[in-house]
Design a binder for this molecule. Structure first.
Ligand code: F6P
Length: 343
């Protein structure tokens, strides 16, 4: 079988281990492995290269993706879609393994369900917001980077008796903010899952000060719903229609609001794309390898239209259409937990 692998959407640590996993298991089955460059764009343009053991052996500890990535959406216009279908045919691909989040895997799901393309999905995203899998690789590394940033901000916040606001990534789901806030002992966490009441947040911070604490830490998800921020903002969207959230400067906005409303000196810092770089953690390397290996096994057994997913301690195949139909957001029980964790 000739099997193409691609990585699409925002990169994250763990993609290289996943590519390695697909190739290693694919070679066991005698597959001819091919690396498709820069996500779905590689299939639009016909840009691919053979992938052998020596290409992937050393990449286990490397961040990013050796295949490159893009946010190309071939369903945006008929020409691109036709090019993808024609290239799959002319290259002789018997299967496409797509590593990605909701967008990239959404394309794989549609190619499978609407055009009969034999696709298998490998779930990745630092946002951890894919359904039907307990975790996605990339999240552990990215949230760890956020936690370390918060630890560092604690030192300087304590020295200067200030409030520090840390803005973290997380487009539609606040998993990164929730984990960073919990692990770093934040005094307040803001998430896309609930509209922020700025006055209530400020009142809480004043209560923190009143009980004698000399500094405070706020973790703000970039996707925090703050209607006041948005009305006149020019919205830049990607090929999948997502607004680029970094431009909203949520952290800076909240720092200004806190200082103005409480009179407590406040500064902000943004983690941004620093989340997405660096060597994957042990967890992300092992999960990446495991879901990569499972994807090759799904191809071998002809189980197309499936995504390799972590369920408990097992990696299994789940329906890719179902997995990409809705996002996994932070549920109410977690919002309660975050309230318990702030005093
Ligand atoms: O989806 C992953 C993510 O890192 C989001 O958390 C963030 O909003 C977005 O990608 C940023 O995308 P880009 O790299 O295109 O700016």
């Amino acid at each position: 079988m000739k099997v193409g692998i691609l990585t699409g959407g925002g990169d994250c640590p763990g993609l290289n281990p996943a590519i390695r996993g697909v190739v290693y298991r694919g070679l066991d089955f005698g597959f001819e492995m091919v690396g498709i460059q820069e996500g779905w764009r590689g299939l639009v343009k016909g840009n691919y290269e053979p992938l052998g053991l020596s290409d992937v052996e050393e990449i286990i500890y490397q961040g990013g993706t050796m295949l490159g990535s893009s946010r190309t959406n071939p369903f945006k216009n008929d020409d691109d879609l036709n090019a993808v279908l024609a290239n799959i045919k002319s290259a002789g691909f018997d299967a496409i393994v797509a590593c990605g989040g909701e967008d990239t895997l959404g394309v794989a799901a549609k190619l499978y369900s609407k055009h009969g393309v034999p696709t298998v999905g490998v779930p990745k995203t630092m946002d951890n917001d894919l359904n039907n899998t307990d975790f996605t690789f990339g999240f552990d590394t990215a949230a760890g980077v956020g936690m370390e940033a918060l630890d560092r901000l604690r030192d300087t916040a304590r020295s200067h008796r200030r409030v520090m606001v840390l803005e973290v990534m997380g487009r539609h789901a606040g998993w990164v903010a929730a984990y960073v806030g919990l692990a770093g002992g934040a005094d307040f966490v803001t998430l896309p899952e609930e509209t922020l009441d700025v006055d209530a947040m400020c009142a809480h911070l004043m209560a923190v000060k009143a009980r004698g604490k000399k500094y405070a830490l706020v973790v703000a998800s970039e996707g925090t719903i703050l209607p006041a921020l948005d009305p006149n903002a020019e919205k830049v969207v990607d090929a999948f229609g997502h607004v680029q959230l970094g431009d909203r400067n949520v952290g800076e906005y909240l720092a200004d609001a806190i200082q103005e409303k409480t009179g407590w000196e406040t500064r902000s810092a943004v983690v941004g794309h620093v989340h997405r770089g660096g060597s994957p953690t042990l967890f992300d390397r092992v999960l990446g390898m495991r879901v990569g290996v499972k994807a090759a096994e799904l191809v071998q057994s002809g189980d197309f239209g499936k995504m390799a997913a972590l369920r408990g301690t097992d990696v299994i195949g789940v329906d890719i259409v179902e997995a990409t139909a809705t996002l996994k957001v932070v549920p109410p029980a977690w919002l309660e937990l975050l309230k318990t964790a702030r005093k």
